[in-house]
Design a protein around this ligand. Structure first.
Ligand code: TRP
Length: 328
């Protein structure tokens, strides 16, 4: 018998088409992790609803699109369990139990919560449910007893809360049913959008993973460059230029030469953007090809099978949880 591989769970909210930021921030990492871990990749549709409840739109469609993007990017439904959170009602049951024992102060001081209440405009996030966002996330992770969770830096406080909840559960019910999940920090630096802000659908400053080549070239031409370089004869400062940063991320072998030419005024920003665009077109080519071959029926089948595999585990955990809290 082989020893079981450690398990990871990660999730993404289905809020729109995936872009290059998702690729470097999460997707390529997920694809790699499939080699060493038993992987659960979840579409966090309840989490999406928490912030989009006023204008939810077509959730089923967005779920399917995101899963198609995952698969086109290399997430393999044969190796990994791909499922939709709301297909597994046990998430809500565990969420309920965890919210009973989570002290109010713990959720009130989560930095992402305070930040979103402050920063997000045009949506009312001051709801009872939104306060519980990280508790639902803890339930997602603990339901599958994940050993590790691949996340970006911004999610670390949610993972820390999850670990605190595990310790509290253990203290209250004297049971070890949940391992403390470790964060697997994604190493890649955050990719900035075309205008230098965080890449995001809501800022309309992104390059989609299935962007067609023409539109990709146009978007690349719009990128902000080195603000200190006005004329081509000025020396460039590649370390302060978003386009040069993209070269480092997407063409690391060529980047040193590009940076040098930029510093010594041998390369202008327009050419730099044109050539970057060609690299990006080539890099996303297999993605576009795969994506165009994925059919909606196939995605639905993957999600149905994923839900079934996820539920088998979730049901067992809930049985243990009910027993631990005296509700069996
Ligand atoms: N909060 C995560 C994000 O916005 C999405 C998410 C929901 C998640 N449940 C999760 C991530 C469980 C990791 C594990 O990116």
């Amino acid at each position: 018998m082989t020893t079981p591989r450690p398990r990871i769970l990660s999730g993404m909210r289905p809020t729109g088409p995936l872009h290059l930021g998702h690729l470097v921030g999460a997707l390529s990492n997920w694809v790699e992790l499939q080699q060493q871990y038993d992987c659960f990749f979840m579409v966090a549709d309840w989490h999406a609803l928490m912030s989009e409840y006023e204008r939810p739109g077509e959730m089923a469609q967005r779920v399917e699109q995101m899963v198609s993007d995952w698969i086109a990017g290399g997430v393999d439904p044969k190796r990994s369990v791909i499922f939709r959170q709301s297909d597994v009602p046990e998430h809500l049951e565990l969420y309920m139990v965890l919210s009973i024992l989570t002290p109010l102060g713990w959720v009130e001081r989560v930095p992402t919560y305070k930040e979103q209440l402050r920063e997000v405009t045009g949506r009312d996030l001051a709801t009872y449910g939104f306060l519980g966002y990280p508790v639902l996330q803890a339930a997602d992770i603990l339901l599958y007893k994940a050993n590790a969770v691949p996340v970006g830096e911004d999610q670390i406080p949610h993972l820390e809360l999850t670990r605190e909840i595990v310790r509290r559960f253990k203290f209250l019910y004297n049971t070890d049913i949940f391992p403390e999940p470790k964060p697997l920090l994604t190493e890649e630096a955050r990719l900035l959008g075309l205008d230098g802000r965080k890449m995001s659908k809501s800022y309309d400053n992104y390059i989609g993973l299935s962007e067609d080549p023409e539109s990709l070239r146009k978007k690349a031409q719009k990128m902000f460059t080195d603000p200190k370089r006005i004329k081509m004869t000025d020396a460039g400062h590649p370390e302060e230029c978003n386009v040069c940063h993209y070269w480092q991320v997407f063409a690391p072998n060529e980047a040193p030469a590009v940076w040098e030419e930029c510093r010594t005024s041998k390369r202008g920003c327009t050419k730099n953007k044109q050539e970057l665009a060609e690299r990006l077109v080539t890099l996303t080519e297999p993605f576009r090809k795969n994506r165009s071959q994925i059919q909606s029926g196939a995605v639905r089948k993957i999600l149905d099978e994923g839900a079934e595999r996820a539920r088998a585990i979730a049901r067992e955990t809930i049985r243990e949880v009910r027993q631990a809290v005296g509700m069996s």
